[in-house]
Design a protein around this ligand. Sequence first.
Ligand code: UGA
Length: 449
Amino acid sequence: MKVSVIGTGYVGLVSGVCLADKGHEVVCVDIDPKKVDRINRADPPIHERGLDELLEKNIGTHLRATTDLATAVRESDLSLIAVGTPFKGDEIDLRYIRQAAADIGNALRGKNGYHVVIVKSTVVPGTTENVVLPELERASGKKAGVDFGVGMNPEFLREGEAIEDFMSPDRIVLGGIDERTTDVLAELYSVFQDVPKIRTSPRTAEMIKYTANSLLATMISFSNEIGNLAASLGGIDVVEVMRGVHLDKRLTPILADGRRVVPGFTTYLEAGCGFGGSCFPKDVKALIAHGEKAGSPMRLLAQVVQVNERQPARVIELIKKHHASLDGLSVAVLGVAFKPGTDDIRESPALPVLETLLAEGAKVTVFDPIAVEPLQAAYPSQPIRYAEKLTDATTSADVIVLMTRWPEFKELPSLLSGRDPQPLVVDGRRMLDKASVARYEGIGLTPVA
Ligand code: UGA
């Protein structure tokens, strides 16, 4: 199938590259000529494991990039909209979606034959039918359901594992305004066999996406609230609590041979310094705002956000238990990416921690295996020292704060052994054994004094 993908962020580019690898003829479209240039030179503008190889393999054969949206749309059978949908304070910002729909609509004016337009961006329920479809009709002068089809196909890609998630999907949701649209969308994904495919309406497809992300975010805030209570009560470690909870056979089923199945979602049932990234915070907030407008306030989700926003302050409180003033304190912040495996710092809980440390006069050294550049760009004039290696960051620190679960931070206990005096380690991710360092503080734990 001939496919045009509008927007080359991590959803658009990964989808485009993977669909090309599956044999479709794909054109990726972006307004930024620099990005387009890089893609055509097989130099991915984003960091995503496995993307370099796949881009290199397909560029110039099944795949190319362009800034010419109109030609890309006219020469394809189906267009995927994969532009950003940020949260603008009180609701989802649909301006890029509207613009993409208008541009595609204009291109369709000059196209003969049926075309299908699919929204892949995360949009609140109703957007595809109430915003995208009318915009397409207006700009094209054509009729949806007759001249073109409209649908919604949410993505379930985790940053860092996006290629793997796209190539081995756990579900494919096909939301079309009519059978014809859904059939074309099904054809696009026919290369993926043995995967549950849900044929549904666009608005249900939109809702599935928000519900999936909101559930995971809720599990994280739930675990954090339990952790905070454990710390307040004293003598309870949330790690042990959650270990006990995870052993419920409905969460981790027992196989006939006695082994446990440990589903991936149990890792969202662990306490820490909070969730971040480009999806959970904005999606949960957008759904809350949408519920408010619909007269159905999302009370539970509102608390999920509040618990999350307070969580970074817990890290600061743990430091202040030992150092009432941060002024002049030498603090190493380990990890600024919102999670391991990515250089994305958007909404990372490390940022409010970093800002408080700097505002209160701490001498901050940051180490992150790959997210230093985005941090430097975000804080160009702050007095942050950047360490090249983990050891450089920790050597002279009074306090070491773990903010991202990078596997290399597991080396910390051996790096610190024999050091005198011992620094305080504040584990925002509960990734170290609490007995493995001399002075340990962690979320969801009050060490017996
Ligand atoms: C999330 C969803 O997991 C994807 O299914 C979805 O497609 C994506 O959003 C999206 O809407 O585009 P992502 O934001 O890349 O993916 O990251 P996750 O790995 O789910 O992590 C999100 C947040 O949860 C991070 O802050 C992370 O630190 C936290 N998290 C993650 C945990 O606290 N525990 C975990 O076990 C995993």
